[in-house]
Design a protein around this ligand. Structure first.
Ligand code: NI
Length: 231
């Protein structure tokens, strides 16, 4: 899962209240989706953590994206992702070595929503089965990532700026999109899980691997640097 912390908008609430508000907010969003799935018996699954062998495996292709067991797994993944306040989740993270990812790139996460034409920085909640990615630029940008399989940490990760990807949804329809920014980042992060790769393996500067609780020091240092250069 790529940690996208909606809770930063809720800093004025205590942790329990914030968790309740977040879950209700996310469920409302999910139920409002025009293509909402039948949501009756979803379950929150345990999430594998770094060090478990399932996270190192190359996941298997899905023979039939429309199979009922695939739908049940995806429903559980959605419930698990919402409960964890995440932007994405890959099937191996819930101990299923299958090439399935779910993700969303909400407008709140877009830094440059009016960016290059044809490359979308936002995406609705998407189920992508047997995904394929084509990198379309040599340009990379750094961005902070977290992962529920690497709890409590975040790291600065260089990722290609834009790409195209394709795959299949639960009805067997092909999805093909062009993405940039956060949208491209979340797709790359989740699809890396299908090849046994966690985000620290993509980092080029491990001094930028920090605990969530210490992240404020980096923000303060950046602010001080910005203040200094402005004077
Ligand atoms: Ni992850």
């Amino acid at each position: 899962m790529l940690g996208y912390r909606l809770s930063r908008f809720l800093g004025q609430y205590d942790a329990d209240m914030a968790a309740d508000i977040l879950k209700n907010w996310c469920l409302e969003r999910l139920y409002r989706l025009p293509c909402a799935f039948h949501i009756a018996v979803m379950a929150i699954r345990k999430i594998a953590r770094m060090g478990h062998p399932i996270l190192r495996k190359v996941a298997d292709p899905v023979a039939d994206p429309t199979a009922p067991d695939v739908r049940l797994l995806v429903e559980d993944m959605i419930e698990t992702m919402i409960d964890a306040d995440g932007a994405g989740l890959a099937a191996p993270q819930v101990y299923e070595s299958k090439r399935i990812v779910i993700f969303q790139a909400p407008p709140e996460a877009a830094l440059n929503p009016d960016g290059e034409e044809g490359y979308d920085e936002t995406a609705p909640l998407t189920v992508l089965i047997n995904p394929e990615i084509s990198i379309e630029t040599q340009d990379h940008e750094n961005g902070w990532e977290g992962c529920l399989s690497v709890p409590g940490l975040r790291g600065l990760v260089p990722r290609p700026l834009k790409l195209s990807y394709s795959g299949y949804d639960l009805s067997g329809q092909r999805i093909a999109r062009q993405a940039r920014g956060f949208h491209a980042r979340v797709v790359l992060h989740e699809c890396d899980h299908l090849d046994g790769i966690l985000y620290p393996q993509r980092m080029d500067d491990l001094s930028k691997l920090v605990f969530d609780s210490e992240f404020k020091h980096l923000v303060e240092a950046q602010q001080q640097a910005a203040d200094g250069s402005a004077q």
